[in-house]
Design a protein around this ligand. Structure first.
Ligand code: FNR
Length: 178
């Protein structure tokens, strides 16, 4: 199974990037997770939606070829970062390559809410007609890594055992869902 990862942070030591890296490693026997860079996408421009720049076309093809997506979102001011919204806006227009794709949402924040508000927004965005993704339903499947600074070691490994065990449960539910 081939999954594509998107991370809504370009920060060098991003906890969300670490979380995706950890997921890719820990479940490498179950699926291949290829994290795609969204930082080089230009700002969405409706004038170009049907004749998009090469970098956008290549991004859309990557999504089209994927069996599903894993999105790691930080929470910026109670929502998702602009870089992630920009990538999703490109996916929503022209050929709607994300339609029907299974999506697992995960997130890490340095605070006590663990990206919950951003994840609620992200679910809503992914349900819009242009994206029309099939998101793993909430109800106990919210991967909210709170106080992230205490949960990863210097090598970027998620070391908090209850969080890892919870992640195991949710990832395996996601695989059934896919
Ligand atoms: C934040 N942060 C933050 N945290 C949170 O729990 N709720 C929020 O609304 C915000 N808002 C916010 C806005 C902006 C502009 C920044 C830069 C940060 C803190 C955020 O959780 C923290 O910086 C994470 O480490 C960001 O994720 P990465 O970059 O580590 O993946």
């Amino acid at each position: 199974m081939k999954l594509v990862g998107l991370v809504g942070s370009v920060r060098k030591n991003s906890y969300n990037a670490m979380l995706l890296g950890f997921i890719g490693q820990r479940y490498e026997k179950d699926f291949h997770l290829d994290v795609t860079d969204i930082s080089s996408l230009p700002y969405f421009n409706q004038d170009e939606e049907n004749d998009a720049p090469t970098v956008v076309r290549s991004f859309k093809q990557t999504i089209l070829d994927a069996d599903g997506l894993v999105i790691a979102t930080p929470e910026y001011n109670w929502s998702i970062p602009g870089i992630l919204k920009n990538a999703l806006d490109w996916l929503s227009r022209g050929e709607r390559v994300a339609a029907g794709k299974p999506v697992l949402i995960v997130g890490a924040s340095t605070g006590m809410i663990g990206t919950l508000r951003a994840q609620v927004h992200l679910r809503q965005i992914l349900s819009s007609p242009g994206l029309d993704c099939r998101v793993l339903p909430p109800g106990g499947n919210e991967v909210l890594v709170t106080f992230a600074a205490n949960k990863f070691n210097e090598g970027g490994q998620l070391t908090d055992e209850p969080t890892v065990l919870f992640l195991d449960t949710v990832v395996h539910k996601f695989l059934d869902f896919v």
